[in-house]
Design a protein around this ligand. Structure first.
Ligand SMILES: NC(=O)c1ccc[n+]([C@@H]2O[C@H](COP(=O)([O-])OP(=O)(O)OC[C@H]3O[C@@H](n4cnc5c(N)ncnc54)[C@H](O)[C@@H]3O)[C@@H](O)[C@H]2O)c1
Length: 320
């Protein structure tokens, strides 16, 4: 088993919001990173998104570390096909980190295709927010070397990493993972492989209940966030947080948790399903619970037209 101090290169698949954040974090930690995304648009913008994350990190550093962002970015290698990614990962990486859409079938297919082509000692991490680690580990054929490393959004700003374990996990892989996270200055904690693990088991029903209150007309977006921010000490409030996460990811996570548990508290409210269908994904599309301009919330939306008054206002919603 590789020792934490021997780790040099991590291969990251999926370079959307969280993938780019993780690359930023790993580069800040001094590692080399090989990255790939199936979408040409995501590949094209990845370097700029990672650079802006690194510039944020650089601003937090002392004056002596100026120029850090440009230097760190040189340790990032972008692959332009899955084949090129797998080949580079096979030759250089000791860890594979998966950060693609929250979709169990998609993730399982990816692991079944990619992991058997990597060296047997490769450690496999997934950033899933809620899906079964055991199911994905089985699909990869390397359950004993497979665990969750659920980073919070934005990864390089939020200290916690939820390390999700299971019965078949090799103890050395768990201690390696915890040590690497600590070495990067993260605060890892261990959680069980149950739907939503620890953080989303609490956060998701809380956020969905806020959305239901909004669609019942009990609260506005602005007052909802002001209230929670200044009472429970939330840094931004529940609706702004949903816009940072994205209605697409929120919907997928909630639906996955509902399907896994049949617990109605996780069933995505109509307001979220409609935003998912309309591609109102928050910060990344410019419209969510707020409208966004240049990464800042410009206006809180009223949602009066979304209000559920009677069953006639409930729409059938399908995936976009
Ligand atoms: N957004 C959040 O706040 C948040 C927080 C914690 C965890 N997560 C988890 O992180 C993961 C990614 O979420 P996100 O918000 O970054 O989503 P995202 O939509 O921003 O990015 C996902 C990326 O995966 C790519 N992708 C899809 N299939 C692929 C494949 N087969 N090969 C390569 N790339 C592929 C997509 O093109 C996209 O760029 C999910 O599992 C999500 O649950 C998200």
């Amino acid at each position: 088993m590789i020792r934490p101090e021997e780790l040099q290169t991590i291969a990251v698949v999926g370079l959307g919001k969280m993938g780019a954040d993780w690359v930023t974090q790993l580069l800040e930690g001094g590692y080399r990173v090989i990255g790939f995304d199936a979408e040409p648009g995501a590949r094209k913008s990845a370097r700029d998104r990672i650079r802006s994350g690194l510039e944020w990190v650089e601003k937090k550093k002392k004056a002596g570390e100026r120029g850090f962002a440009a230097g760190a970015l040189e340790r990032f290698q972008l692959a332009d096909s899955e084949e090129a990614f797998v080949s580079a990962a096979r030759d250089k990486a000791q860890v594979l980190l998966e950060v693609v859409f929250e979709d169990l079938a998609l993730k399982c297919d990816l692991f079944a295709r990619v992991v058997p082509k990597l060296p047997a000692e490769t450690v496999v991490w997934t950033n899933t927010s809620s899906l079964s680690i055991e199911a994905m580990g089985l699909a990869s054929g390397r359950l004993d070397r497979f665990c969750g490393t659920h980073g919070m959004n934005p990864v390089y700003q939020m200290p916690a990493v939820e390390v999700v374990t299971h019965r078949e996990l090799e103890p050395a892989v768990l201690s390696f993972t915890l040590a690497v996270m600590e070495k990067m200055g993260k605060i890892p904690f261990v959680a069980a492989d149950v739907p939503g693990f620890w953080v989303n088991k609490h956060l998701v029903p809380f956020m969905l209940e806020a959305m239901r209150a909004l669609e019942r007309g009990e609260i506005t977006v602005e007052d909802g966030d002001k209230g929670l921010k200044n009472s429970l000490g939330h840094p931004q409030g529940v609706f702004k947080l949903a816009d940072y996460i994205g209605a697409d990811t929120m919907y997928r996570v909630a639906m996955a948790m509902y399907l896994a548990t049949q617990d109605p508290r996780y069933y995505p409210p109509a307001i979220l399903a409609r935003m998912f269908q309309r591609k109102e994904f928050g910060v990344k599309t410019g419209t969510g619970f707020y409208s966004w301009e240049g990464g800042k919330p410009a206006l809180a939306r009223s949602f009066a037209d979304f209000r559920i008054k009677d069953s006639g206002t409930l729409l059938y919603v399908s995936a976009p």
